[in-house]
Design a protein around this ligand. Sequence first.
Ligand SMILES: CC(C)(COP(=O)(O)OP(=O)(O)OC[C@H]1O[C@@H](n2cnc3c(N)ncnc32)[C@H](O)[C@@H]1OP(=O)(O)O)[C@@H](O)C(=O)NCCC(=O)NCCS
Length: 176
Amino acid sequence: MTELQLRDAVASDIPALHRLIESAYRGESSRAGWTTEADLLEGQRTDPDELAGILADPDQALLTGWRDGSLVASVLIARRGETLGYFGMLSVDPGLQSAGLGRRMVAAAETALADRFEVRRIRIQVFPQRATLIGWYRRLGYGETGETIPFPYDDPRLGLPLLDDLHFAVMEKVLP
Ligand SMILES: CC(C)(COP(=O)(O)OP(=O)(O)OC[C@H]1O[C@@H](n2cnc3c(N)ncnc32)[C@H](O)[C@@H]1OP(=O)(O)O)[C@@H](O)C(=O)NCCC(=O)NCCS
């Protein structure tokens, strides 16, 4: 298998990025992977306008992973404070999961957050219903802070909830 090539997304990547993220998070395509939000939300995960806004923001970036010219993985990184960073929208092609690409993208996000924004702590948001995903993040060094963030039920751009009590659990890692 050829090596994964990593680079920042540019505007011309948006259609491929949008397809990848939706395929990993939503609907039947996402069930080919080992973890999905398909049982929690319908509708979209993101849209091209949101992705363009991220690319235009100096405090955010989308890191992309390519193999043989195809986009296979991506992750959003963001500066959230003086030494605080965030990553999210972590996506691996559902047909290529469980082969270490997700772990590679988390490592790339951590390195980029530290190098670009001098981040010392990273926070992520996970639905508590996703126990296997939380277990994976624990193995990557993230711990639950006990904080929760309400799901924005009034913003259909993030998806259409299938449950009426959705919220995020916050997990955090202090970088070595
Ligand atoms: C989360 C995601 C990025 C992981 O990508 P990936 O390429 O599968 O990640 P890796 O191959 O590096 O790691 C897979 C891990 O899942 C574990 N795993 C695989 N199948 C599993 C299963 N059925 N149940 C539980 N764990 C499983 C593997 O053992 C491995 O853990 P390890 O690294 O501790 O050994 C990918 O599943 C994805 O895109 N999901 C949909 C979008 C999403 O939910 N993003 C995160 C939202 S916060």
